[in-house]
Every structure is written in structure tokens, then in C-alpha cells.
Design a protein around this ligand. Sequence first.
Ligand code: ACO
Length: 330
Amino acid sequence: MTRAAVVQGLGAMVPPGIVTNAMLAERLDTSDEWIRTRTGIAQRHMVEPGVATSDLAVVAGERALKAAGTDRVDLVVLATTTPDHPCPATAPSVAARLGLAGVASYDVSAVCTGFIYGLYAGAGAIAAGLADSALVIGAETYSSILNPEDRTTSVIFGDGAGAVVLRAGGADEPGALLGFDLGSDGSLADLIMIPAGGSRQRTPVEPADAYFTMNGKQVFRHAVERMEGAARSVLAKTGWRADDVDCFVGHQANIRILRTVALQLGLPEDRLAVNLDRVGNTSAASIPLALADAARDGVLKPGDRVVLTAFGGGVTWGATGLIWPDISVF
Ligand code: ACO
């Protein structure tokens, strides 16, 4: 039997504070109607100032461990765009707070593709026999990097965290991650960027340089092309046709992106997992939050053929597939 990483438990959390479109329209030149029709988003969750990414990651991690019925893993991978500090990585702090001090832990920075990249890292370590289990977390506090004066980004992003526990198992078991397609194109790095605060531009020239910036139109085009391509590649690896996919869990960036990808793949729209109306774009947390909501809503059931795909800053993209296992979701 081929050794593979198998999903053993799923946990998710969003902070209690809700920011509706109407609340944003009070301070920005936008409207509930524009945001709903252009993005599909109705509300997003945001932390209170002082709450950090690790605080959300710890809760999601605890829930995933509980769902998996374990308190030990060999590896913790945290995907985030919004680490607690530029240095050091946030994963060791999260691991320690989960009672996992001593295990290998590191951050993955692939913006909205971060969770797929994190799964790749965890699954790769398990498949290679370097680890027998891994906790992969996607956690974000985008509220800490959004320019409050930029309506093009402020209406899209939200905060949250999700996590899965992976264990060593067989490739023929439900829950086994059945192949990946990952890619990047750094020639497009400026499409999604925080210009200042790194070694290239140490301090902001303009105040806006300290915040997250995005060329929405270009990102839309590349997101559709790359998410479709990565999904097609995973379909080829699994031997599934598009019509075999029971639940398509795309990065929750924009309902128009998800619908276009589904249309181009020839996938009926009712196979799409959608929770962006409730949580917005939560970047690296998007895929596990969408999985958790789909499982709770009954959209995702044990035995379903599932494709996960995302696109994000870097630019980066990726996809993987699995048969959904009969697991707990907390
Ligand atoms: N409210 C009202 N009007 C707005 C707003 C707003 N919040 N934002 C932009 N507009 C205006 C623009 O100024 C423009 O006005 P103009 O025609 O007078 O110039 C008009 O609306 C249309 O703007 P577009 O940018 O063409 O709007 P579009 O339909 O492309 O929607 C959006 C913008 C929602 C950002 C879209 O491009 C998108 O979703 N892009 C993809 C984002 C994404 O996928 N991100 C995921 C990856 S990001 C990551 O990795 C973190």
C-alpha cells in the first residue's frame, strides 16, 4: 500500500465581531449592493485590536486536534500572510501554546494559496516518512494589514482560522491526499503586495505602502486561469472527470471567480462550496473554513470526491483532491 497523508480531523474558528457591508458603507464610498453583486460577500468577521493571528490559530488547532482525537503531532505548519511579528515565525509560538513545544514548526507564506502549500508540506513530510502526523493551520488577521481608506481591499477580506490534522495512512483510504499541483510566478509579485516593511523598502514612502495592495482586475483573470488549470491537473492525477467531483472547494475570493472556474471546468454550480457570503476572503484560512462550513451545512459528506484549489499572492496557485473521510469537525 502506498504511504500517504490522511485527513484525520478538521477545526475552524472565526472571531465573534461581524462587519457587515452596511457598516463599511458608513465610512467608505461603497454600498451593500456593489459589494454583494461584484463579490458575493455580505459580511466578514474581524478581531478586536490586540488579537493576533496566533490567537486564532491556537483555537483552530485545538479544535482540529480534538476532532482528530489526539494531542500529539510531529509537525506544525502555519500558513499565514499576517504573522504576529515579522520575526520570528508564528508557528513555534502556536505549537508551544498547543502543548507541542519540541516539535518541528514553521510558517508558510503563500498568501491565499497558503493552506494548499501547507498541506503539501505536511503531506510531503508524511509521505517521505519524515513525520507520522502533522497539524496544518491557515490563520489570518487581515484586519491588521488592510488600508482603512482603500475600498477595493477593505470590502473583500476578513479574519479567521482553520486547521486539519494529517496522519500517515494508505493512499487508498478515504481522506488520503491524492496528489498536488502547485505553481508560482514571481514576475507577477506586484499584483498582490505590502510594499513596505521588508528589506526592499524598509519604511513606507507613502502611508499606503504599509498596507496590503491588490490589482483586483489582474488578480481576477489570473485566479480563474490558474485555479482551473490546477484543478484540471489534479483531476488528471486522480483519474476523475469534472462531473465526478461532488464538492469543489475553491478559494473563497469572489463568487464570480468560483462560478467562472466551475463553468470552464463544466462543473454544475451546485457542486461549489460557498461561504464567502458569511466570512469574506480569509486568505490562508479560506479553504479549511469553507470545508468546515460545507461539512456543517451538509454540502460535503463522507465519500464525496473533493477538489481543493486556490490562487494567491506571489503569485502562487495550487490544488489537491481527496475522498472526504468520516471525521469530526469542530
Ligand atoms: N465599492 C464601490 N465601487 C468600487 C469598489 C467598492 N468597494 N471597489 C472598486 N470600485 C469601483 C472602481 O473604482 C471602478 O470604478 P470606475 O469604473 O469608475 O473606475 C469600478 O468599481 C469597477 O472596478 P473593478 O476593479 O473593475 O471591479 P471588479 O468588478 O474587477 O471587482 C474586485 C473588483 C472585487 C476586487 C475583483 O476584481 C476581484 O475580486 N478580484 C480578485 C480578487 C482575488 O481573487 N483575490 C484573491 C487573491 S488575493 C490574495 O492572495 C490575498
